[in-house]
Design a protein around this ligand. Structure first.
Ligand code: I24
Ligand code: DGL
Length: 290
């Protein structure tokens, strides 16, 4: 082998290492719920290296004041920016609702939230021009979905409903239990009276409840998974900016960071993503606010 060949290989290897970081897509969430978005990304964008940060130590964000959610979201963004990501996805609906504009104004990479993609998909799906949205207290209070939908289609009727108990029912492994069925029926009762044909699942955890939400609302109501819609838009944007990753010669090692217990993160994430050993590290974002 000639000297030059070795040099060429080394250069290629260095380039590969650099590219593998420069080319990552960052995901931030209040905890593990954003893994519903990651699961879609693994399916729709298998060439992309993903870096996920979940603020499990301070989860849930849903009941927190907007100012605090903005602060936490900024801390997560600042952490991922050091990883040289090419795009940032705010996978958490509550964080998107209150912090997207501010984060976008502060960073130079494209920032994608979950609310516009979900709203667009709902407008596409509705025949009756009447859309429902369910989410956390923070998301509903912000009226971010309503604002997004009405800015595109002022005549659309939007009915918002906070379902604060849904997150805890999912997190207590009860998604398929009779208790969950009763809670869903009780909570969604006000929506049944309405004439909507499209319902946005405006929270990372709600896709896990979609079988019982669908059963209660009826098959004529189309459920929109905001996270899945967001990944489709990320795919479009990667092509638009010409920054989509090429097929990889080696298998990708995605990076996962949590502010909580890596062991518990591993248990949930490996079960949910059906991946055995994940690369999970603990991070400390801020010692000031817990
Ligand atoms: N689901 C979520 N969060 C949890 C949970 C869950 N525990 C069981 N299941 N806990 O979100 C949050 C608090 N933890 C997080 C880790 O650190 C410590 C604190 C929904 C996850 C959506 C991907 C139920 C469960 C599971 C495996 C897969 C899916 C799932 F155990 F819903
Ligand atoms: N990730 C949050 C959302 O999508 C749900 C969990 C929480 O309240 O932090 O709104």
């Amino acid at each position: 082998m000639e000297k030059g060949d070795n040099k060429g290989n080394l250069k290629k290897e260095i380039e590969d290492v650099l590219m593998s970081n420069l080319g990552s897509i960052g995901f931030i969430d209040s905890g593990v719920g954003g893994l519903t978005v990651v699961k879609e990304a693994l399916k729709q964008l298998p060439n992309e290296k993903l870096i996920y940060l979940g603020d499990t130590a301070r989860c849930p964000y849903g009941p927190r004041p907007a100012e605090q959610v903005i602060q936490f979201t900024w801390e997560m963004t600042a952490f991922l920016l050091k990883k040289n990501i090419k795009m940032l996805v705010i996978a958490c609906n509550t964080a998107t609702a209150v912090a997207l504009d501010e984060i976008r104004a502060k960073v130079s990479i494209p920032v994608v939230g979950v609310i516009l993609p979900g709203s667009r998909a709902a407008l596409k799906a509705t025949q009756k021009n009447e859309v429902g949205i369910i989410g956390t207290v923070g998301t509903v209070k912000s009226q971010a979905y309503q604002t997004a939908i009405l800015s595109k289609s002022p005549t659309t009727k939007v009915i918002s409903l906070a379902c604060p108990k849904f997150v805890s029912i999912v997190e207590s492994n009860e998604s398929h239990s009779p208790i969950a069925k009763m809670l869903v029926a009780e909570s969604l009762k006000p929506l049944k009276k309405e004439n909507l044909d499209t319902l946005i699942l405006g929270c990372t955890h709600y896709p896990l409840l979609s079988p019982i939400i669908q059963a209660y609302m009826g098959t004529e109501v189309k459920l929109i998974d905001s996270g899945a819609e967001t990944v489709s838009e990320v795919s479009t944007l990667l092509d638009y900016f010409g920054i989509a990753a090429a097929p990889q010669r080696i298998s990708l090692t995605h990076e996962f960071y949590t502010t909580g217990s890596p062991k518990m993160f591993q248990d949930i994430a490996s079960d949910w993503l059906q991946l055995e050993k994940l690369n999970i590290k603990k991070v400390y974002l801020s010692t000031l606010s817990q």
